[in-house]
Design a protein around this ligand. Structure first.
Ligand code: ZN
Length: 236
């Protein structure tokens, strides 16, 4: 819910999720400002006309399989789309969904700061996205393969680090009442420079696991003193 509030205040421009649990969508984070790169168990879509819907119950399939319902959307010429709707959760052989992947790439490149929340950054190409931004902060309990590219690493549970951040910003985290789907943000997206070149890697690949947490290549970056003190106080 902190992310929802930060977006409302114009502090988050774009959100990328690798989770398929659909929680970001159901928290009320506006759908036009985020990409669920690996799918959403609540979402169904049409691969022909691109109609997409988030249901109030999960789909019992994964791997973009037909769910037994016809799309039924009418196009601008008045014809009805007869394609079968499919679930949205990717299998390993699937390319990442468009335009979500290209949009995420462009947003990441344009961003002053990407904050990674609770990801070991093992899955390509999603793990490349935050490294495209001018600055990257990683909040994760374990080491990640992208740690050397980070400006700041906070080894903490995400909830705790985000609560501290909200406290510093003096912004209250709203309560989550019922699942709420918000199609469009109240704020306009900041226009991005148009680029001809498209990202080349769109298929998922798992990066090799690190040998151990004591990876010799691993380098810690300094945590600001104030935050470090607070984390130490909480004995994380
Ligand atoms: Zn359709």
């Amino acid at each position: 819910m902190a992310l929802v509030e930060l977006e409302k205040r114009g502090l988050i421009q774009w959100l990328v999720s690798q989770n398929v649990d659909g929680l970001h969508a159901r928290s009320g984070f506006p759908l036009n400002r985020f990409a669920e790169l690996h799918g959403n168990v609540f979402a169904i879509h049409c691969q022909s006309c691109k109609y997409r819907k988030i249901q109030d119950h999960p789909v019992e399939l994964i791997g973009q399989k037909p769910i037994g319902k016809i799309c039924g959307q009418t196009n601008s010429r008045g014809s009805v789309c007869r394609r079968q709707l499919v679930d949205s959760v990717l299998d390993w052989e699937h390319d990442l969904p468009e335009p979500f992947f290209s949009d995420s790439w462009a947003q990441s490149e344009a961003a002053d700061l990407s904050i990674v929340l609770g990801s070991s950054l093992q899955i390509q190409p999603a793990n490349t996205l935050p490294t495209l931004s001018k600055n990257m902060v990683i909040i994760n309990l374990s080491n990640t393969k992208m740690d050397r590219k980070a400006n700041l690493i906070i080894k903490s549970k995400c909830d705790f680090a985000v609560e501290l951040l909200m406290k510093k910003l003096d912004i209250e985290i709203p309560e989550c009442s019922t699942p709420l789907i918000v199609e469009k943000s109240c704020l306009e997206l900041i226009p991005l420079p148009i680029k001809e070149e498209k990202p080349k890697i769109a298929r998922r690949k798992r990066k090799a696991q690190p040998k151990s947490d004591q990876d010799p290549d691993y380098t810690y970056h300094s945590v600001p003193k104030l935050l470090k003190d607070e984390i130490t106080e909480k004995n994380l």
